[in-house]
Design a protein. Structure first.
Length: 104
């Protein structure tokens, strides 16, 4: 997928990396400017104003949302352990292949 995902001013936004063109923009339930974003390869997760959203990375459609009751409307950090490990493993494989190919 050749996309960059942004969280800005209560929106999740998808930008084409090669052209900079906006592919989609989804308004989230938020009155604040801070919107956190995470992408795991199959879904985009966005946190805004006490709500967690799961978005389709192709269309920006909301798959589900969770109001995170009782946690307030504070800042949030999003991380996914298993997906980060997969990305690191893929990067290591790509880097070693590039190094081996360069030395031949």
């Amino acid at each position: 997928m050749n996309s960059l995902f942004l969280g800005i001013k209560g929106h999740a936004v998808c930008i084409a990396k090669d052209t900079g063109e906006e592919k989609w923009r989804t308004k989230l339930k938020s009155l604040v400017n801070v919107t956190n974003i995470s992408f795991d390869g199959s879904s985009v997760y966005a946190y805004a104003n006490g709500h967690l959203f799961c978005l389709d990375p192709v269309t920006g459609g909301i798959k589900w949302q969770n109001s995170l009751r009782g946690l307030g409307h504070h800042h949030c950090i999003i991380a996914s352990q298993s997906d980060q490990q997969q990305v690191v493993a893929a990067s290591s494989i790509d880097d070693s292949a590039a190094v081996s190919g360069a030395s031949q």
